[in-house]
Design a binder for this molecule. Sequence first.
Ligand SMILES: [Zn+2]
Length: 444
Amino acid sequence: MIIGIDDTDSKNGMCTTYLGAVLIEKLKSYGTIIGYPLLIRLNPNVKYKTRGNAAIALPLQLKSSKDVGQIKHIVTATVEDMAVFSDENTNPGVVFIGETGVRGKMLDDLSIFSRRAVQDVLEIREALELLERYGISYHGYKNMRGLIGALAAAGFALSGLPDSTFELIAYREKKRWGTQRQIDDDSVWEADAASSPDTWDTVDYENKRIVFAPHSPDPILFGIRGKSERAVEHAFSLIRSEAVERYVVYRTNQNTDMHLIQASVSDVRDDRSYILNGRVSRSPRTIEGGHVIFEVADGRSALECAAFEPTKNFRGIIRQLHTGDEVVVYGSVKDKTLNLEKIRITSLSQHELLNPLCCGKRMKSVGRGQGYRCKKCGTAREEQVIETVQRNISPGFYEVPPCARRHLSKPLIRFEATVAASSCARWHASVQLIDPHEQERTLS
Ligand SMILES: [Zn+2]
């Protein structure tokens, strides 16, 4: 049986992954988890998300089918006990998919639904339609929005994840919730050094920060992300901290870029995430708050792209872009602006259209279509001139630092992992690479 659960947490506490950890223990005597429990990150742009937009699925091999009723009771009672019902944005959903009768059309429909829950914006009624059509047992609370993520997570447990990583999540003793986390900083840096590049996003070298522990009052002590159970367990064994109440290793779609849709600039819609090819059509400018904005176009449409202030040093790369540079941008679109997660600069323009030079200064535009004039000597020119420009960046792949990484975003270190020779490279905010998609094609 597969149990899917979503939307039990709130911005101020709890965490659906913790509820999963508690349930795993409660259900131990009824069966065993097949493989790993799943942690599924859904579309990061949906308006109603609570915190990280995480759903979980527990694929359970039952000892006896007689226990199904009892198991359902334990799950719903635990959700009712632990979910933050007081938060208006918390609308829990639970689904149970039996072991038999899952095939053909149902599997296809669930698989499509699951992917859409990560890339698209779904309605509650779409989840209800599928649940009813296939006679799937469910419990929806309040407005039942959580059924979307619960069904999506269960769907991935059935159809499998095309790409996945692992996260070991350690939880705090309840008496410590809301207090400052006691973690030995040195041990965290040591654990990272000993397990990188098989683990990532534990620390942020460039910004000299530990980034694997939240600061919210929830039950999570920290989470270690990596490519295998062994890698995250190894790092975990090296960390000294306050008592760990329990921990779980989840298989997850985090750090896989599953949310990204390859599309054209003209196809872009708000609240989805994309990989877009284009040319820089307006040079970067820094706006209030330190955000850097530029525009890409693909000949038919144009779109603003932003490296927001929290992306820190990544903005230094973005500021170096010029009109005419060819780029591939990766990120989520909100309010008609793409929030950059990564950028691949494929070609740098060596020429730039500039106002003519005169008396050691650029001429000023007289007005639209009226040419240019030197302020000092009065010389006039009709057109701008093409000049060769000195570039201070190289073509390559650049990403935001770990402190600004979104859950679903695939770090370059995972692309890099396919190239054995560079596996010893130290973490940097910007890493230059060959096209990962080409690598993947070659390897497959
Ligand atoms: Zn002049």
